[in-house]
Design a protein around this ligand. Structure first.
Ligand code: SF4
Ligand code: SF4
Length: 146
């Protein structure tokens, strides 16, 4: 009799433990699913604002950007993803000034660490949440941002 009681006690204890373990699974089973049906939902899909898809250099309506060609982003990039070409010009008041000629960014080698953005003193570059970057040739991932 004692062994039958122990048997049922162990059985229900095990069953309770199993149900506790399955609680999250059961709850998720009945929760509304949020799986994105990509690419069918391409037109309506919205990425999170903080998603780092691609480095860009915004330009104003006159085509000007905020870059002062200081090179800090290039110096802080851990894997040489950014290559800046600069020139030195003489301003109207006779001072020498460095200007940006070409800003190259290799999306194919970027690790999206955002060190470049964080170190830019002029907020001249930022990440956009774009994500469709598939190309057939790796060289097409090298973009000129200015
Ligand atoms: S996110 Fe990181 S790896 Fe990519 S360009 Fe900026 S510093 Fe370089
Ligand atoms: S993007 Fe920013 S950090 Fe990079 S060269 Fe221009 S101003 Fe300097």
């Amino acid at each position: 009799m004692r062994s039958t009681k122990t048997y049922f006690s162990t059985f229900f204890s095990g069953l309770l433990s199993l149900l506790k373990g399955m609680r999250v699974t059961i709850r998720e089973f009945f929760t509304k699913k949020t799986t994105e049906q990509y690419p069918e939902n391409r037109a309506t899909l919205k990425m999170f604002d903080r998603f780092r898809g691609e480095l860009v250099m915004p330009h104003d309506e006159n085509g000007n950007n905020k870059c002062i060609a200081c090179g800090l982003c290039q110096a802080n990039c851990p894997n040489g993803t950014i290559r800046i070409t600069t020139d030195t010009i003489t301003t109207e008041d006779g001072k020498k000034k460095k200007v940006l000629v070409k800003y190259e960014y290799d999306l194919g080698s970027c690790i999206f660490c955002q060190l470049c953005v964080k170190n830019c003193p002029r907020n001249a570059i930022e990440f956009r949440p774009t994500f469709e970057h598939a190309v057939f040739t790796r060289s097409k991932l090298i973009k000129q941002l200015n």
